[in-house]
Design a protein around this ligand. Structure first.
Ligand SMILES: O=C(O)CCC(=O)C(=O)O
Length: 256
């Protein structure tokens, strides 16, 4: 982050917020979503978990809206994947389970960031983001695609004592370390809760993803196009049909 205070918060708390998109950009993105997708859907929807063509369309639509605004606030990064994320009303009465995002870089050497921007004001009543501050700050193995939340047993304790709501204004952005434990509140409001997300990678760090392979998880450098082209849902479903526990391996075979 260009701002030292925000950079400090991101390092210590694992997240920071700043106003990013103006009302015109929010309106433009909302209109683009409505031109592409049907709001009469159920539950949680993310274009990350859609077929490649849909994922790429959403990415291409969102990118111009956020690229210039982001460059004002962050240096030496690239935007690897943009997405729409919605929680439709009425059908989505449960808080999103806590999780960490997949690892996107070799986190021993680099840090990747998730950006999330609500396209309307959000609070605990309509699906705001929830985070466990500081939960990114411990040595931990990388997180393969679809590998699940390794601290699932701790979820009740985290919710009771450590989880905080992030109410946000429309167009405000939260940036968080992909290791940060987070989720979102249920959408108990009458309208769709719409947001855009983005995966931000350091300019110089290769995209490194973990894939289920040979009974374990293999982490290897892949081209950025992987995030737009790969069959991510297929990869996740392969994993669920395999047995556990899985080991963590680097592509060169070293255990992590
Ligand atoms: O949009 C949401 O409700 C949650 C999004 C989320 O958890 C994520 O982007 O990892």
């Amino acid at each position: 982050m260009r701002d030292a205070d925000l950079a400090g918060r991101l390092a210590v708390d694992g997240f920071c917020r700043l106003p990013l998109l103006d009302a015109e950009a929010v309106h433009g993105l909302t209109s683009r979503f409505d031109a592409l997708f049907d709001r009469s859907q159920q539950g949680f929807f993310s274009t990350v978990l859609q077929p490649s063509a849909v994922r790429r369309t959403a990415h291409d639509v969102i990118l111009p809206y956020i690229a210039r605004a982001l460059a004002l606030h962050i240096s030496d990064f690239r935007i690897a994947l943009c997405s729409f994320v919605a929680r439709f009303p009425g059908s989505d009465q449960h808080d999103l389970p806590l999780h960490q995002d997949w690892s996107f870089v070799d986190e021993r050497a680099a840090r990747s960031i998730s950006m999330w921007i609500p396209l309307q004001a959000v609070d605990a009543g309509n699906g705001c983001m929830t985070v466990v501050p500081g939960s990114h700050r411990h040595a931990q193995p990388p997180r393969a695609i679809g590998s699940g939340f390794r601290y699932r047993d701790l979820e009740p304790t985290l919710r009771a004592h450590h989880l905080v709501d992030l109410p946000m204004a429309s167009g405000e952005a939260v940036f968080f370390d992909h290791r940060l434990i987070h989720g979102s509140r249920s959408n108990a409001g009458p309208a769709t809760r719409l947001a855009v997300g983005a995966v931000l990678l350091p300019e110089s760090a290769p995209l490194a993803m973990g894939l289920p392979e040979g009974g374990g998880d293999v982490f290897r450098d892949v081209p950025d196009s992987f995030l737009l082209d790969a069959d991510l849902v297929g990869i996740i479903s392969t994993r669920h049909s395999n047995s556990r526990p899985r080991s963590f391996l680097l592509a060169n075979g070293r255990a992590r």
